[in-house]
Each structure stands twice: as C-alpha cells, then as structure tokens.
Ligand binder design. Structure first.
Ligand SMILES: *Cc1c(COP(=O)(O)O)cnc(C)c1O
Length: 387
C-alpha cells in the first residue's frame, strides 16, 4: 500500500528548527523581542501599518470582534461556508451572526446578499477569503463605508493572495479596504507557528485596543495610564485575555515567512496542474481564480456535478488520498440550529455547494509525483462511479 497523501501539512526546514532552538536557549521564551520582530515582518509583508501576534487564528478573530466593539444587540454578517471560528467570534463578543449566502462562482460571501441582509442593527461584516480567493472587497468596503460598518477580513486561508481595485493591486492583509484582517498559522495554513495568529490593521486606536486585550486588558504605557504610582505601575483598563504567542513560535513564524512567496508559488503550480488534468472531466467543476482576485490556494476544492460526493470521498480515502470537505455549513451546526433557529434550505447556494464539494491534497511540499498520484486516483474513481 502506498503512502497516504494528506489534504494539507506543514513544511519545516532545518533553518526553522535552528531559529526555534536559538530562542529556547535565550532569556526570553515569551514576551521577548521575537514577537515584535515577527509582527513587523508580517505587517511589512502584507503592507499594513500594524500587526498584533496572538495565540491562534480564533483568538485573532475574537480580539478583532471585541476591538470592533461588536456587542449585545448588534448584528454582524458572515458566510455560512467557513470554519466555525469566523462566526463564533461574533457570538463570543455577544453579538448575533447573520449569514448571507455565498456566490456560486467564488464560494465567498455574495455582496448582493450582504446588502440584502443589512438592518439598522448591523454593526459589521466578517468576510472570509474562502480557499485563498479574496472575497469581493471593493463591493464589501463600499457597503461598509456607506453604512459605517466595521469590516473584518478572515484571511486564515489567504495569506499571500492579491486582489485589484481600480487597476491597483493589493495584498490581502493590507487592510486597504477593511478595518482589520486576521490570519492563522495552524500547520495546514500558508505558514505555521504550530498554533498562532495575527491581526493586521492601519488604525492606531484599534491597534492599541488589540494589544491591551491580548494581555488581560492591562497596559503599562505611561501615556495611557489614568494615574501613575511608580515604575511598577500598571492598570487593567478592560477585560482581556492571555492570548499571547511565545517567542519561539514567533521565531518560527519569521523564518517561515521568508519562504512564503515560494510556498504560494508552489501552491499555484499545483493548482494549475490540477486545473489542466481535470479540464476535460465534465463531472468536475474547477475552482475559480482570476487576475482581479488571485487565490493563494489554501485549499483546492472541486465540486462534483452528478456523482455522489460521499462515494467519491470514501473511494479516494481508501486509495490513500486524503480528501476532505470544507465546510459543513455553519448555520446547520446543532448549536446554531438550537440558538439561532436555522434550518435546511436557509442558504441554498451554500447547501448545494456543500453537497458537491471535495478538497484535494494541496500543500507546497507535495512532489510532482504526488500530484500525478492524486490526479490518477481522482480520474479512476470518477470513471468507476460513472459506471
Ligand atoms: C483555520 C481557520 C480559523 C482559525 O484559526 P486557528 O488558528 O485554527 O484558530 C479561522 N477561520 C478560518 C476560515 C480558518 O480556516
């Protein structure tokens, strides 16, 4: 039996390991200089003024939702096709998630459906760049500024992706069209710190709030203190968390970031190889990509037109191909059904997508041989199931 090819995995080099070991031998395991160095690099890469490193991508979303001021009585619009964290952050802040259906071409939230879901209570939008493809930021940011909404980009899938507005190219994370962007450094994402995340922003007020919320709501900054009783003095001005990243994780992140462009390029190569191999296969609907929103391919998701996704999934798994399904619509999770009263049929585009979607292996360390193995098994499986 040949090796199992997972749908995603990290790529750690000797240099990465050495960078971590160096920090482990230093004086600072946490709250040391590697954090700020990592934050500066992420901000510079994305083209944002500020970056705040946190414990994971979910914590990044949680702090972004709190810094945005989402709270009781507010509604925040997001996509039903995402990881649960994208909408959970709205609940954690005490607000109500309002789902808007996805665009059938991009699988990202449909700006027209967002517009139709606005109410006087709408306070913000959490847009997810699904699979690495930037959501329609031009339209979403227009809506946000017309209605004075906070726009948060959940870019856990989209580090390294770019989009165009009025013929100008922007990097995801630049926050050129949003208030904040969140990233995740889970091992299946573009770069990893084990667990980890970042929030980027260009807004200094939000930046200060995020820094404070990351560390218990405590500040030691003399300029922010309401009084100062001496050099030991600090104030807890808000109710925050310990959502800090460690220095050895930050060092790993900085090293990984050096290879990010190469990682993204390899992901795009793999996507092109799949596109080409499946172009003639009428059963497969290929993922969308375009010059005005260039995916960084966290995932490569195809839809099956008529063949059972369940059967294809089982057959491919038994052949050692680590296919996956991204995602079960969030509104159909028992907790969401119970607390928000959702039911099947509420978001038909998302539900139809979910019934047909299957994610193929996609990670930069994949060898050409692995790509060929996946292609062969997919085509054989479809042939078998057609008969
Ligand atoms: C991975 C992911 C998250 C959460 O990131 P963690 O680092 O695992 O907490 C949030 N949103 C989306 C869309 C994700 O894929």
């Amino acid at each position: 039996m040949s090796q199992f090819i997972p749908y995603g995995r990290q790529w750690i080099s000797e240099e990465d390991i050495n960078a971590v070991v160096e920090v482990l031998k230093s004086d600072w395991l946490t709250q040391g200089p590697a954090i700020a160095a990592f934050e500066e690099r992420v901000a510079a890469y994305c083209g944002a003024r500020f970056a705040v490193a946190v414990a994971n991508g979910t914590a990044a979303l949680h702090l972004a939702a709190l810094a945005a001021g989402f709270g009781n009585g507010d509604e925040v619009i997001t996509s039903p096709i995402t990881f649960v964290a994208s909408s959970n952050c709205i609940l954690h802040a005490g607000a109500k998630p309002i789902f808007a259906d996805i665009d059938p071409l991009t699988y990202c939230i449909d700006a027209k459906k967002v517009a139709a879901s606005l109410s006087p209570r709408t306070k913000g939008i959490v847009a997810v760049h699904f699979a690495g493809l930037p959501a329609g930021l031009a339209e979403l940011s227009k809506l946000a500024s017309q209605r004075q909404l906070i726009l948060i980009e959940d870019a856990a899938h989209a580090l390294g992706a770019t989009y165009q507005v009025d013929n100008k190219t922007y990097r995801v994370g630049s926050c050129a069209h949003s208030d904040m962007t969140t990233l995740s450094f889970h091992p299946v994402k573009h770069i990893t710190t084990g667990e980890g995340g970042v929030i980027t922003t260009n807004n200094e007020t939000l930046y200060r709030r995020l820094l404070m919320l990351r560390t218990h709501g405590i500040t030691r900054d003399p300029e922010q203190l309401s009084r100062n009783e001496g050099p030991w003095f600090y104030e807890m001005q808000d109710l925050g968390f310990n959502y800090r990243l460690t220095d050895f994780q930050a060092a790993l992140g900085s090293k990984q970031l050096e290879r990010l462009d190469a990682f993204v390029e390899r992901r795009r190569e793999i996507a092109s190889a799949y596109d080409k191999a499946f172009e003639q296969e009428t059963e497969i609907i290929l993922p969308h990509d375009s010059a005005d929103a260039r995916s960084s391919y966290h995932l490569y998701v195809v839809q099956l037109r008529s063949i059972s996704r369940g059967k294809a999934f089982e057959s491919l798994r038994s052949r050692g191909i680590g296919v996956n399904v991204h995602y079960i619509p969030v509104h159909l999770q028992p907790y969401y059904i119970r607390t928000l009263g959702h039911k099947e049929g509420d978001f038909p585009v998302a539900e139809s997508y979910y019934g047909r979607a299957i994610s193929l292996p996609m990670f930069p360390a994949m060898k050409d041989q692995d790509i060929q193995t996946v292609v062969r098994h997919v085509l054989e499986t479809l042939q078998e199931l057609k008969n």
